[in-house]
Unconditional design. Structure first.
Length: 540
């Protein structure tokens, strides 16, 4: 213990007298990779935030002993605000889960990284920008001088995450707190980011505390694993030992909560002869500025989806997989009639090039469930208003009492009842957990009795146990209602659990398609094999 870089002794964190972390004892050695795992509400993120004084409104007790070779031992919880500010960024840095919200949208990426050098090392803006460009190059961003002048929204998800890493590592910290740094990234990109962190860790002899619910990444990245349940540390040890022989029932449940396929999905009768959705040579193009004087007179064209053929029958799931930029989400937006497209795309007895009145009827038959219900559900509307909004649009003549009962029925169908949640209809989205909000989003889509749902990464932001619950709900609803699902995902495990047919996309084109067993068990394309290897389901 004396060699520990960071040692937590009896760490307790509470909000308003309510404890959320109960007497946590944990240590981290220089250069070590420790994964802290647990479901939402387990206290893992609060633990990391409390070390840097970032848990607003929290009462933090116990000790957080910080030991470096160039200074005497310090208790982070007892440091004065100026002393703790000196530690932040310079000695202990943090990467947050969503760089789009952590980065300031009003400043360029280069300016934000340069600010670290200005604040921590007293450099001028010019020298800070020069080092910022060097850091962007170090974390593997192409054309770093040009990217340094870009704003966060002008970068891809992977580039934004790399920029966050560059900012965090600018002053070569001794400890990096990485809070879900790869949750929203594709499987192959997750591996790239973790490999980058590992390379930089080895170069700087930096310890990493990885906070995550992705057990596959833990197995590939960490030396040790610590498991938290409801604020208690229930198990810790070397990763290989914990995975091979978990001792605590909660750890066993986490490891067993990977998506499982329902056998009923493979026992369905033959698909109807007439597909619910049929696309032929579907293409989506975006106008982009052309360089030089030519751009004054005519825009260029970027093809995001190029000649995709697709078919989806009632009661079946078509999964579209691929990395960021592959065109899968663009194809989903075209299927929802939210983007203009070329080619033929007929679905649910209509098409989006029909007159407006017919399009409104089609919108009732084709609904969508988004990745993040917290951003897709209006925070200003109650549950009754959110779930009942579709009825107000598509069946405005329905009397209010009947509409309210339909809302209750839809909520009960997804497992939300007033007996479990008093005042259910009068609550707001922030009063629910992530899994419960996703159930609200599903109820909102189902209340108008659609024939087809577009599922855009419906479980990627959820813990493994909650993910499995939502997947089981979706499968049950599909079997009961005969729903067709267009599933957009980068999670191959979700594809294996839900899909009947798979389309693999890359750079806007289909590189492989076929039944789920064929594509996952005997992929014909090298890119498909790479995706499977990155997901831990197959060897490259």
């Amino acid at each position: 213990m004396s060699a520990a870089l960071l040692e937590l002794r009896g760490l307790r964190v509470s909000f308003g007298g309510h404890p959320v972390v109960h007497g946590l004892d944990l240590s981290l050695a220089p250069g070590e990779k420790l994964a802290l795992v647990g479901e939402s509400g387990s206290g893992k993120s609060v633990t990391a935030l409390s070390l840097l004084g970032l848990a607003q409104g929290a009462r933090v007790e116990g000790q957080a002993l910080w030991r470096t070779h160039d200074q005497p031992e310090r208790d982070l919880l007892r440091l004065s605000p100026p002393a703790l500010r000196a530690v932040r960024g310079a000695e202990i840095a943090m990467i947050f889960q969503e760089p789009m919200t952590a980065l300031n949208p009003l400043y360029t990426v280069g300016d934000q990284i340069a600010e670290v050098f200005q604040e921590k090392q007293g450099l001028s803006l010019a020298n800070g920008l020069k080092l910022a460009i060097e850091m962007l190059a170090k974390v593997g961003i192409d054309e770093p001088a040009r990217r340094a002048k870009a704003y966060p929204h002008q970068l891809s998800g992977g580039q934004r995450q790399r920029a966050m890493i560059a900012m965090a590592l600018a002053c070569k910290p001794k400890l990096l707190l990485a809070d879900e740094p790869t949750t929203a990234l594709d499987a192959s990109l997750r591996i790239q980011i973790l490999q980058l962190l590992d390379d930089l860790r080895a170069e700087l002899n930096m310890a990493v505390l990885l906070i995550t619910h992705d057990l596959h990444l833990v197995r590939r990245f960490a030396h040790r694993l610590a498991v938290m349940e409801r604020g208690h540390l229930v198990e810790q040890g070397p990763v290989a030992d914990v995975f091979a022989n978990p001792q605590h029932a909660y750890t066993q449940r986490l490891l067993a909560s990977q998506p499982q396929r329902d056998a009923a999905l493979d026992a369905l009768p033959a698909a109807p002869a007439e597909p619910l959705m049929h696309g032929r040579a579907v293409a989506v193009h975006y106008a982009v500025p052309r360089p030089g004087m030519a751009g004054w007179f005519k825009s260029g064209r970027f093809t995001a989806v190029n000649g995709v053929d697709c078919t989806l029958s009632a009661g079946r799931t078509l999964a579209v997989v691929g990395e960021s930029g592959s065109g899968k989400s663009t194809l989903a937006l075209a299927a929802l009639g939210l983007l203009p497209f070329d080619g033929d795309l007929a679905l649910a007895g209509g098409h989006w090039k029909a007159p407006r009145a017919e399009q409104l009827a089609l919108r009732r038959r084709v609904q969508v469930v988004f990745q993040d219900p917290f951003s897709s559900l209006s925070p200003r509307l109650t549950v009754a208003e959110l779930v009942g909004e579709g009825l107000a649009v598509h069946q405005p003549q329905m009397a209010l009492p009947k509409r309210t009962q339909r809302v209750r029925d839809a909520l009960a169908e997804v497992g939300l009842t007033e007996s479990e949640f008093p005042r259910l209809l009068d609550r707001y989205p922030h009063e629910f957990s992530g899994g419960q909000r996703q159930r609200l989003a599903i109820a909102r889509a189902l209340i108008v009795q659609p024939q087809m749902l577009v599922l855009d990464e419906p479980t990627s932001a959820l813990d493994v146990t909650i993910q499995q619950q939502v997947l089981q709900l979706l499968v049950r609803l599909q079997l009961q209602r005969g729903l067709a699902y267009l599933l957009i995902t980068h999670d191959v495990a979700v594809v294996a659990a839900m899909a009947h047919h798979v389309i693999v996309m890359r750079h806007g084109q289909v590189v492989e398609t076929g039944p789920v067993n064929q594509v996952l068990n005997a992929p014909a394309n090298d890119y498909t094999r790479e995706l499977l290897a990155a997901s831990g389901l197959a060897a490259a």
